[in-house]
Design a protein around this ligand. Structure first.
Ligand SMILES: CC(=O)SCCNC(=O)CCNC(=O)[C@H](O)C(C)(C)COP(=O)(O)OP(=O)(O)OC[C@H]1O[C@@H](n2cnc3c(N)ncnc32)[C@H](O)[C@@H]1OP(=O)(O)O
Ligand SMILES: O=C(O)CCC(=O)C(=O)O
Length: 397
């Protein structure tokens, strides 16, 4: 064996993302995509290289079936999946929508099996076997959704996986439907299931405790190579694992390929925000307007010397740049830099006086000070007839 063979690292397994913005994302309260929005979103997801989308719930009726059919007929380079309950009617509706792939869902926890369907575990296994066989025979790619898996008996989950695989399922989804897992309990749940599963597992996180991204990462590390995500985490209640966070953490922190085009993600988030009528929070990790913007004087002074001082994540990865905001916490270096960018040169004394004005204005307006306002303040301070100007701040134009 040559040395290079001995030291060659084992290949990093890739993650396969299923984006369910059009299904679980649309289940967020008040969100309802029109047909044209569904098409625009599907195209934007494909443009970002998302490999698979869950596009809707055919059981909702003719309009939903028509919308799914319209997405299918775009022939995008991704797998289009429909979400179904484990019933003949739902499967028939999915077939009418023209999809090549279904997620057939059945509760896995005793509470949901009994309170929603009035059945026990054995009956559930029989339904899974029958429905998976039917969908498989219809030529569909079949994923089995274990709703409320995080509150299910893991021994039942193991049986579900075995029965589903034997009946021809291609994948099983383990859903933390009520969002009660943390990364440690995710690992405890997923690792033994993944070790024994003959087919790939998918993990579907919810963000009730703010842990969806962390749990998705823990599930991947524990062997679930398929992760269910939505753009910006849009979804039921507190939402799902955000596509952009999961992709960025996997790719940039762990070198796990997802195939996603990271620079396409801010644009994709903007389209989803518009279609969902849910503005992106300014501080939304990776895609929010302010997440690469720096105001604090000490940070800006450091960044201007060497961006590595305060750069944990390179904005260029997302096609973005650092920006400087002038506000209450600015320092002289930031003011001098922004003024310099606008053809002004200011000395120490002028900058010190300008800082006082900037702090006053930012506190009054409770906002960043616009650049033209900063220039106006600077010009006013150096007007000769005020008797206050140092004469060191001058315009180049
Ligand atoms: C955790 C999740 O996100 S699961 C996905 C949730 N998604 C949705 O609810 C999609 C939007 N839903 C809808 O438009 C409607 O609820 C529909 C069209 C699916 C069903 O509407 P309705 O027929 O009026 O039923 P309703 O919503 O009141 O109740 C749900 C029914 O589905 C049944 N059901 C729920 N889950 C399953 C399942 N996995 N397999 C089989 N049946 C199920 C319930 O027992 C109940 O049956 P019942 O009407 O005989 O009591
Ligand atoms: O496909 C499934 O069963 C999961 C459905 C879902 O969205 C959830 O359980 O949160």
């Amino acid at each position: 064996m040559s040395e290079s063979e001995i030291t060659r690292p084992s290949p990093t397994p890739a993650a396969f993302l299923n984006d369910t913005t059009l299904r679980d994302g649309e289940q967020a309260p008040g969100v309802a995509f029109s047909l044209s929005e569904k098409l625009e979103l599907a195209e934007a997801l494909a443009a970002a290289n998302v490999p698979e989308i869950e596009v809707g719930t055919p059981a909702m009726g003719d309009d939903e079936i028509a919308a799914i059919r319209a997405v299918v007929s775009l022939h995008l380079p991704l797998r289009v999946m429909a979400w179904c309950r484990m019933t003949d009617d739902d499967l028939a509706a999915a077939l009418r929508s023209g999809v090549s792939s279904v997620n057939l869902s059945l509760p896995a926890s005793d509470i949901q099996l009994s309170a929603k369907l009035g059945i026990g575990r054995d009956r559930a296994l029989t339904i899974i076997e029958e429905m998976v066989r039917k969908a498989s025979r219809a030529g569909l790619f079949v994923a089995v959704g274990c709703e409320d898996a995080s509150r299910a008996d893991p021994r039942h989950l193991q049986r579900v996986i075995c029965v589903a695989a034997a009946a021809g399922a291609n994948r099983v989804r383990i859903a933390d439907t009520v969002g009660i897992l943390d990364p440690f309990s995710t690992e405890t749940l997923i690792e033994p299931l993944a070790e024994q599963s003959p087919i790939p597992l998918e993990f579907h996180a919810h963000n009730d405790f703010g842990l969806a991204t962390a749990n998705a990462l823990a599930a991947f590390k524990s062997g679930a190579r398929n992760l269910s995500v939505t753009v910006s985490g849009l979804g039921e209640r507190a939402g799902n694992a955000p596509l952009e966070e999961v992709a960025a953490v996997l790719q940039l922190m762990h070198g796990v390929p997802t195939g996603l085009d990271l620079p396409a993600l801010p644009g994709l988030a903007a389209i989803v925000a518009r279609c969902a009528r849910q503005p992106l929070p300014m501080n939304k990790p990776l895609t929010g307007a302010n997440v690469f913007t720096h105001e604090s004087g000490i940070h800006v002074a450091g960044l201007l010397n060497d961006r590595q001082t305060y750069q944990g994540l390179d904005p260029a990865e997302f096609g973005r740049n650092h920006r400087i905001a002038i506000g209450k916490h600015s320092g002289a270096a930031a003011l001098a830099y922004v003024l310099g960018q606008n053809g002004r040169v200011a000395g120490r004394e002028t900058l010190a006086r300008l800082l006082v004005e900037v702090r006053r204005l930012a506190t009054e307006t409770k906002a960043a000070v616009p650049q033209d306002e900063l220039i106006r303040l600077c010009d006013r301070l150096q007007e000769p007839d005020t008797g206050r100007g140092s004469g060191q701040c001058r315009s180049s134009c």
